[in-house]
Design a binder for this molecule. Structure first.
Ligand code: SF4
Ligand code: SF4
Length: 147
């Protein structure tokens, strides 16, 4: 009979402890997100793939097609092109491709740009079915963002 009461006591105690933990966490602030409906706010120093910075007034890329980022990249991830346009000083960016499959996020491209034209994005949840999905047309991405 004493074994029965011992078991009853131990079961009740364990239930009380379990419920205590449950109630404690019920009133604590939530630390999880309803992904993918909610996204994390990345820290200022987070490095996602690079992206073009638009001009505040025109919305066009700040890039002047100097090619310094392309030269600085140790992994040959960047290929870009520009053209002369009547009435515009310097060149206008026509293509900026990033091959993210070989990018090490070293930051040499961002550091080498003297025109505030590229930065690290806050992109953290990339997914794709093939390597080609990670070759990004950054100019198109910037245009898509505007819409
Ligand atoms: S270094 Fe800057 S301005 Fe020059 S091509 Fe690269 S992104 Fe454009
Ligand atoms: S972060 Fe480094 S590896 Fe990636 S594109 Fe820039 S320079 Fe190249």
């Amino acid at each position: 009979m004493s074994g029965y009461f011992k078991e009853l006591f131990s079961g009740t105690k364990s239930l009380a402890v379990g419920l205590g933990i449950t109630f404690r966490y019920m009133v604590k602030p939530v630390v999880t997100l309803q992904y993918p409906h909610e996204s994390l706010q990345m820290t200022p120093r987070f490095r996602g793939h690079i992206e073009l910075i638009p001009n505040e007034e025109t919305g066009e890329p700040n890039c002047v097609v100097c090619g310094m980022c392309q030269k600085a990249c140790p992994s040959n991830c960047i290929s870009l092109a520009g053209e002369k346009v009547d009435g515009v000083k310097g060149k206008v960016l026509t293509k900026y491709i990033l091959n993210f499959t070989t990018c090490s996020l070293c930051g040499m491209c961002v550091e080498s740009c003297k025109f505030n034209a590229i930065t690290f994005s806050k992109e953290y949840n990339l997914a794709g079915p093939s390597r080609e999905a990670y070759v990004f047309d950054l100019k198109k991405r910037l245009e898509d963002k505007k819409q």
